[in-house]
Design a protein. Structure first.
Length: 240
DNA sequence: GCGACAG
DNA sequence: ATCTTGTCGC
């Protein structure tokens, strides 16, 4: 077995305790600067998972310009994978690489959208929330599936949503971001309310199910699209 | 004790 | 997450 995959800096027990502590530091109210740039973050893997690849895309935002938004910067950062995937502890696996990518950014966004949960997490510290604390920036989690919480059925029209509940607590929303397509799970991370989080996700929605920031980060982080980009660059170069 | 379980 | 061809639809 690969020793590197077991080189944990924290035991699961320690990580869980830390999550409960960090969750107390989250701000649930809106505290966001005027938005000119929005970042999208996603993580992918190479070499059977031994390499973690973090992708960050920064888009220009203005109230006038509806999607598609303009890409102003993008970074891909690679480093050895430190932890296996354990449901509930995703942030410890993904955040180190994400921070590596952010360190290379020239632009500091006012808002960050992350592929994964915000507070819709057993201890209210999904990867989007955790990253928000590290960056001290407003973050939103947009997940493609559910980690925790219960919810009613969502309407079929774009924009329909129902609350995601943990007992009596609202921890996010199940949003029909595109008609007839499986809904996404939106939850605030740090420094944002659910209502504001939903507003921003709706505003960044293009023609697809995912908002532009995470859709583009997703593309950059995925192995297949890396090949696609490389191939088209080769074509461009060859045709000149 | 038995399932469920982001990426 | 990732391994993967074709195929249905705008």
């Amino acid at each position: 077995m690969d020793a590197a995959l077991h080189d944990w800096s924290l035991t699961p027990k320690q990580a869980i305790a830390l999550q409960s502590q960090l969750a107390k530091q989250l701000e649930a109210d809106d505290r966001i600067d005027p938005v000119t740039h929005i970042a999208g973050v996603d993580i992918g893997f190479e070499e059977d998972g031994s390499i973690t690849r973090a992708a960050v895309v920064v888009l220009a935002w203005s109230p006038e310009q509806a999607p598609p938004l303009t890409v102003v910067e993008q970074v891909v950062h690679r480093e050895p994978t430190r932890m296996p995937y354990i449901p509930g502890l995703l942030s410890f696996r993904e955040i180190p690489a994400a921070l590596g990518a952010f360190a290379q950014l020239k632009t500091r966004p006012q808002l960050v959208m992350v592929d994964g949960q915000g507070i819709a997490h057993p201890r209210r510290l999904g990867v989007a929330a955790h990253l928000g604390l590290w960056l001290d920036l407003p973050t939103i989690g947009i997940a493609k599936s559910r980690l925790t919480g219960r919810h009613a059925d969502v309407g079929e029209a774009r924009g329909d949503w129902v609350p995601l509940m943990a007992g009596q607590e609202v921890i996010g929303a199940v949003l029909r971001s595109r008609a007839q397509v499986k809904p996404v799970f939106v939850s605030p991370g740090h420094r944002l309310s659910l209502a504001t989080s939903l507003d921003w996700v709706m505003r960044c929605l293009g023609k697809t199910k995912l908002p532009e920031p995470t859709r583009l980060a997703d593309r950059l982080a995925s192995r297949r699209d890396q090949k696609r980009a490389t191939a088209s660059q080769t074509h461009t170069t060859a045709s000149r």
